[in-house]
Write a protein that binds this ligand. Structure first.
Ligand code: GBH
Length: 456
């Protein structure tokens, strides 16, 4: 029996995986006939990323993928979530298909299956073909058709071998970062553009699900980032700020996808920049989903302030524990939001499709060991929090640690390491950190070893 006496075994068939995204790990963005993406262009624009870091090499996964699959097997992963680079498949975004791009992902999927690892494929993890940005990107209503066309090419090539598909990764980040505040590609800053980009992303999501029902026979879902919002005080102003922040981040995408409408507070947030939407759009957006994926990193303690346009900001917790990205470690928030999801949207199956933390890791020690006890503590607490939600009746079917490898953290370049496997960017050597070994033991015990104390 375990130390705590608690049985942390997870349900039969629970998927234990790790996640990555194309631009963050692949490198060779223009190889074999691929077209440029907005991230290749953005990262090559002076001043847009920390130290001018680009994805030109990243983890060189495009050439080292066999080795990376072998690593996944060695760790005992039963699932792997990755994304496809749209402009490898369709260099101009629509029209001409680049067979070499399809071959790359086809080979990866075969290798995963040969090693008993279930692939979860994300169609869009932020790297829009640059050619489509030139046509207005997500501001163009045609983007829904472009995305469905791209999805169909992949469904026809890979469905059956891939049984779990994700349309979009985190539409909130795409618009908040890419169209409202400009820290992410394509780097726009417009209160008017943000709602339009969000809306078209959700139309694209709906169109890609619809196309899947025609070409595919397995499961498709949406991945959102969610952060529970807690009030900084019991004032009415802070309560209203929490409601705005919650609607903006947590409901803005799930409401249309699952309920067919926006949260009521959206006009309060965007004012005259909030358009009237054609009712027919919601019929496209609201498609039956086989699952929803939730990416969880942190919570926010929220208060009313003057920030634009939300008039709500986060309050740092003096007694809180923070990771190197400045995000508070708050595992209870994950239990809370899984319960909130079930209460609000019902019994859609859920996956935790990302969860993890950036910490400064010590250099590789003698014997190739990297001690990362803070990351182990983080992962362990969050897995326990998921277990608690499952015990309370939430249908959570898998967990994907972010990330398999240290990788390119978007505009923050290579400065933040989220991997359970260390990457030496000079030699491209991979070294599993203690957290990877620890996670392997959790997987082998179906979660039972989560009852054990932290290892030395
Ligand atoms: C994910 O997004 C991405 O999918 C992935 O590509 C990325 O590498 C990974 O996370 C790590 O960043 O500043 O305290 O207000 C993360 C979504 C949304 C999580 C914003 C943190 C802000 C917290 N993020 N949130 S705070």
């Amino acid at each position: 029996m375990s130390q705590t006496g608690k049985d942390f075994r997870f349900p039969q068939g629970f998927l234990w995986g790790a996640a990555t995204a194309a631009h963050q790990i692949e490198g060779s963005p223009l190889a074999d006939g691929a077209g440029p993406s907005i991230w290749t262009r953005f990262a090559h624009t002076p001043g847009m990323t920390l130290n001018g870091d680009t994805g030109d090499v990243a983890c060189d996964h495009y050439r080292r993928w066999r080795q990376d699959v072998a690593l996944m097997r060695e760790l005992g992963l039963t699932a792997y979530r990755f994304s496809v680079s749209w402009s490898r498949i369709l260099p101009e975004g629509t029209g001409r298909v680049n067979q070499a791009g399809l071959d790359f992902y086809s080979g990866l999927v075969d290798a995963l299956l040969e090693n008993g690892i279930e692939p979860l494929l994300t169609l869009y993890h932020w790297d829009l073909p640059a050619a489509l940005d030139d046509r207005g990107g997500w501001l163009n209503r045609d983007s829904a058709d472009w995305f469905a066309e791209y999805g169909s090419v992949l469904y026809r090539a890979l469905d059956g071998r891939v049984k779990k598909w994700v349309t979009l990764n985190e539409p909130w980040v795409v618009t908040d970062g890419g169209y409202l505040h400009g820290a992410l590609a394509p780097g726009h800053r417009s209160r008017y553009e943000a709602p339009i980009a969000s809306h078209n992303l959700m139309r694209a999501h709906g169109a890609a699900v619809q196309a899947y029902r025609a070409d595919g026979a397995h499961q498709i879902g949406l991945v959102v980032n969610i952060e529970p919002k807690y009030p900084a005080s019991d004032s009415a102003e802070d309560a209203a700020a929490v409601a705005r922040a919650h609607a903006y981040m947590n409901e803005q995408y799930l409401h249309p996808a699952l309920l067919g409408r926006y949260p009521e507070r959206m006009p309060e947030i965007f004012g005259d920049a909030w358009p009237e939407w054609p009712q027919a759009d919601f019929e496209l957006i609201r498609q039956p989903l086989d699952f929803v994926g939730i990416n969880y990193y942190t919570r926010s303690v929220t208060r009313a302030d003057d920030s634009y346009p939300l008039k709500a900001g986060a309050v740092r917790q003096p007694l809180g524990t923070y990771t190197e990205t400045g995000w508070e470690v708050f595992p209870q928030g994950l239990t809370d939001l899984l319960l909130w999801f079930k209460d609000t949207y019902g019994d859609t199956p859920l996956y935790v499709t990302e969860n993890g933390a950036a910490f400064f890791d010590p250099p590789v020690a003698e014997g190739g060991r990297i001690r990362d006890p803070l990351r182990i503590d983080y992962l362990r607490k969050h897995l326990r929090a998921i277990h608690e939600a499952i015990e309370a009746g939430v249908d959570v079917r898998g967990y994907m640690a972010w990330s398999l490898l240290d990788n390119l953290e978007w505009s923050l370049g290579y400065s933040k390491r989220f991997g359970i496997v260390h990457v030496n960017y000079e030699t491209q050597q991979r070294t599993p950190k203690d957290s990877a070994r620890w996670y392997g033991r959790v997987i082998a015990s179906h979660g039972s070893s989560l009852a054990d104390p932290l290892p030395d």
